[in-house]
Design a binder for this molecule. Structure first.
Ligand code: ZN
Length: 328
């Protein structure tokens, strides 16, 4: 695929910006975090994945002091996403497929892709999966950091991390997502769940916002074997900019060099075709050397000595577009 017009270059596989809209009652223009419309434009956005983060009851009790109706919350967040996208329609348009992204870019629009972080709201009901597809969701991170009806999350306890994977309903969800053309996202899933995906998915899958475990030993990161297994299935890893996944310096600071190091590691272990960007913007508290979305070109400049122009295009957008197109 060739270069897109007007400097549109980057597909970012994960951000929590919708949560910022929800908490701050702001639209995409007004936001003051890592992402807003001006910052997307300045950073060279081709398409942004916007996740609806649905808190599980374990988290809701901790955060809000009471349980939540996860399906009701999903619908509230969906309404906020739709309002924010409608309000930005002079520069941003929704994309339900790879060809929508291409079409939008031809007309000068950036694209938004709707995703879910934590399938907790499915609550074991397959009809809800059908509904979220109809609502325009095209990628689902199956768990966050708590067990749900689909399966078990990453854990610092190796017993759990390596043994507790997908539940029978989770296997059905993966198979139905394959049929519908929704991307399975394994970020936050246990290692056992990851290998269940390898076993059951017929389509390429992604780790939308994870890093390399060989460089930073964290249960949210992928081992070299996982990187290879994901690449063998034609999938991609979106590199997360959270300092805790990139380094163990404990400074709450992510450098450009950290990001480059993880990207080069994926290239060496799994190949350039499995590298993507999964910022986790507006979901991470780390201080960033490149500040926010508008600083992404600084990372691309730092990658230039290591990659050809074609390879950089793969990292920026072509790898993800291939995975998205392969869902059809
Ligand atoms: Zn996350």
């Amino acid at each position: 695929m060739s270069t897109f017009p007007n400097g549109m270059n980057i597909v970012d596989l994960h951000c929590d910006t919708i949560l910022s809209c929800f908490m701050g009652k702001k639209n995409f223009r007004e936001l003051e975090g890592h992402i807003n419309l001006d910052k997307l434009k300045a950073g060279g956005c081709l398409a942004q994945c916007f996740a609806l983060f649905i808190p599980s009851n374990e988290l809701a009790v901790r955060q809000f002091g009471h349980e939540v109706d996860t399906w009701d919350l999903y619908n509230q967040l969906l309404a906020i996403y739709k309002d924010a996208v409608a309000d930005a329609s002079d520069v941003l348009r929704p994309a339900l497929s790879c060809s929508d992204i291409v079409e939008n870019s031809k007309n000068g629009y950036m694209s938004s892709i709707l995703t879910i972080e934590d399938a907790v709201e499915l609550e074991g009901k397959m009809e809800r999966l059908e509904q979220v597809y109809k609502d325009g969701v095209r990628m689902i991170a199956l768990t966050w950091n708590f067990e749900n009806s689909v399966g078990f999350p990453n854990s610092r306890d190796p017993e759990k991390h390596l043994k507790l994977g997908l539940k029978p309903f989770g296997i059905e969800v993966v198979q139905r997502m394959n049929e519908l053309g929704m991307i399975v996202d394994v970020s936050h899933l246990s290692e056992a769940g990851f290998y269940d995906i390898v076993k059951y998915t017929k389509k390429p899958f992604v780790a939308s916002h994870s890093c390399c475990r060989a460089l930073r030993d964290h249960s949210r990161n992928l081992t070299d074997d996982q990187l290879k297994a994901l690449a063998d299935k034609g999938g991609v890893v979106g590199i997360n900019f959270c300092d805790d996944f990139l380094n163990d310096r404990g400074e709450h600071y992510s450098t450009i060099e950290d990001v480059v190091r993880h990207i080069l590691h994926i290239r060496d272990k799994a190949g350039v075709d499995s590298i993507a960007i999964g910022s986790d913007f507006d979901g991470i508290g780390s201080k960033l050397e490149f500040k926010d979305y508008s600083g992404l070109p600084l990372i691309l400049n730092a990658l230039e000595p290591y990659f050809t122009a074609d390879e950089l295009e793969k990292i920026c957008h072509d790898n993800f577009l291939r995975v998205f197109a392969d869902q059809a």
